[in-house]
Design a protein around this ligand. Structure first.
Ligand SMILES: [Zn+2]
Length: 85
């Protein structure tokens, strides 16, 4: 299991939620959907996303991409957007 340390308060991050949807944004548009894990610092509550699957489970060219996005957006706590810069 990977370990992540909060540099601010020197605490080990803990898993907050397994299997969130990480929506990759490219130029302001949804591009890919990945399964990943949400971690949180128990002290200061900063969060990070790690533990990405090997491949995205949907991409913009998938026939049901919009349907999948709608399904995900219906559960606001189940996803995070990731801006690629
Ligand atoms: Zn912290």
């Amino acid at each position: 299991m990977s370990k992540y340390v909060c540099v601010e308060c020197e605490s080990l991050y803990r898993i907050k939620k397994n299997g969130i949807e990480a929506i990759m944004m490219l130029n302001g548009v949804e591009n890919e959907i990945w399964s990943a894990d949400l971690w949180e610092c128990p002290k200061c509550k900063r969060q990070l996303i790690a533990g990405f699957a090997k491949v995205p489970h949907h991409a913009s060219f998938s026939p049901d991409f919009q349907q999948e996005l709608e399904r995900i957006y219906a559960k606001p706590k189940g996803y995070k957007k990731v801006i690629q810069t």
